[in-house]
Design a protein around this ligand. Structure first.
Ligand SMILES: [Zn+2]
Length: 501
């Protein structure tokens, strides 16, 4: 026997209403009164029945609740992640459910359930989404697609009080005229937009500089948005506030822009002979208008050449031109450090020469010679030079001789010193390891050493014996099928030496 609803006037689950017209069971779901005192108070307050206390068996049927308050399904997630719904045999009420619908009583007794507030996080998210959407809409509306778009729509988009308009196929001009009893009519402000949407502003015939437009435009000074145009129009609407003060630096900046443009154009013009000079002049003007000292390579090269010729002359030239400080040039030459000791730079230098040679010229003779030098120390390229490098037992001994390694092309004009080794009392076996090292160095750069030539000195004979055993040939370390020949031939040596002068 289903329980009868205790709401006044409700006939749910009474015998008379249990069967529908087709004699089917029409049992209504019912809910007991809540046990929680607050919820119970809420229910009793809502139900229009005076001086009545519900018993344990009192129930209210589902008709008096919003459908959203009644939980009829159980939802669960399957292991595959799918969400499934199962009907509950006994539907439940949600926490906040209160009977508010009384269909058989006067309307005013029923009320809608209070609107529940969404989760604050969700509301915030919705709000943000909404704001984002508005912003996106605004931004997409705000874009000026091209010059045609500008020509077609500027009248609708921009309020143009105080401005006259002249629209051509490749320019759009906004301008303002001033009538003066003494000077007649003059143009006091012009906003010119070219077909590539570049903006130029003139106030009383003076063009505003790039930086004067940076408050609204990007560096390329192109109009991208309607809002930019609107801002420009309203900003320059009254020009009284825009007394354009032209400073010397501003004037030079303007001149510099013109010369730079000419220089760029001259690069594609073969007939123009003064590219380098112009570059240096542009660099000088750039120094005048900019706060930071940054020189173009051509200026640095010129300065360096001048400085190397005569440091004191360079000082004088610096009084007339803006040129790098001497210390800066010294630091450059210091970092170059082309010295016998600097393997890395020597190799780069030598390799760059090798690149210019033909295959035939890459076959080279390695000549070893010993040069007597005065024993002394020197300070070059921020390092002390002059110590012998062969004698490891005595690090402080000065070099008395330098072993020079030179390469000459067998079929060509290559004559280069590849290594200068400061030594003292060098021994044959030391010279042998030096020679091997130089052969590897030369061949790593791309050459092929065929003979090694020295004079017929005792040390050289020992060196040859150390390298080859028989004193005549030894396998090329790069390609062991080939041999490197060892020759004592003062004649060849002198001949090659004579060729180099
Ligand atoms: Zn009922």
């Amino acid at each position: 026997m289903p329980r009868r609803c205790y709401i006044p006037g409700c006939k749910s689950n009474y015998d008379s209403s249990l069967k529908d017209s087709n004699n089917n069971n029409k049992c209504e779901t019912t809910f007991s009164f809540p046990k929680c005192p607050q919820r119970l108070a809420r229910w009793l307050n809502a139900i229009p029945r005076k001086e009545w206390t519900p018993s344990k068996s009192s129930v209210v049927c589902a008709k008096h609740f919003s459908e959203s308050d009644v939980i009829r399904f159980h939802e669960f997630k399957t292991p595959s992640g799918e969400i499934k719904k199962v009907s509950l045999a006994y539907p439940k009420l949600c926490e906040s459910a209160t009977p508010r619908k009384f269909p058989n009583l006067p309307n005013y007794l029923s009320s809608d359930p209070p609107r529940t507030r969404a989760d604050p996080e969700k509301r915030r998210e919705n709000f943000l989404q909404c704001g984002k959407k508005v912003l996106e809409d605004f931004l997409s509306e705000d874009v000026i697609n091209n010059f045609e778009d500008l020509l077609k729509n500027f009248k609708n988009k921009i309020p143009l009080h105080n401005w006259d308009i002249k629209a051509c196929s490749d320019k759009l001009l906004f301008y303002g005229l001033n009538f003066d009893i003494h000077n007649g009519c003059s143009v006091i402000r012009t906003l010119m937009i070219a077909s590539d949407l570049t903006v130029r502003v003139y106030i009383k015939n003076n063009e505003l500089y790039e930086k004067q437009l940076n408050w609204i435009l990007n560096l390329d000074h192109k109009l991208e948005r309607w809002s930019q145009l609107e801002n420009l129009i309203s900003h320059y609407n009254t020009v009284e506030d825009f007394e354009v003060e032209v400073t010397v630096v501003d004037m030079i900046s303007r001149g510099l822009a013109v010369i730079s443009k000419a220089y760029t154009q001259s690069e594609t013009n073969d007939g123009f002979l003064y590219g380098t000079q112009l570059e240096i002049i542009i660099d000088q003007l750039t120094q005048i208008v900019s706060n930071k000292r940054r020189y173009k390579p051509s200026t640095i090269i010129m300065a360096f050449i001048l400085y190397c010729q005569s440091p004191s002359c360079y000082d004088i030239v610096r009084d007339f031109f803006i040129l790098p400080h001497k210390r800066y040039l010294q630091s450059i030459s210091g970092s170059l450090a082309v010295s016998p000791k600097d393997e890395h730079h020597n190799k780069n230098y030598f390799a760059s020469i090798i690149k210019t040679l033909s295959v035939r010229e890459l076959v080279v003779t390695l000549i070893i010679d010993e040069i007597c030098v005065t024993s002394r120390l020197d300070y070059r390229a921020q390092t002390v030079v002059g110590y012998a490098e062969n004698d490891s037992s005595n690090k402080d001994e000065f070099a008395k001789t330098i072993v020079a390694f030179m390469v000459c092309s067998a079929f060509g004009n290559l004559n280069e010193i590849v290594k200068l080794w400061p030594v003292n009392n060098v021994k044959g076996n030391e010279l042998a390891s030096m020679t091997k090292e130089v052969i590897n160095f030369v061949q790593e750069c791309g050459c092929e050493v065929v003979p090694v030539v020295t004079d017929n000195h005792r040390i050289n004979r020992t060196m040859f014996k150390t390298i080859s055993g028989n004193g005549q040939t030894f396998p090329n370390p790069k390609d062991t099928k080939k041999n490197i020949f060892l020759l004592y031939d003062l004649y060849i040596f002198l001949k090659i030496y004579g060729k180099t002068g």
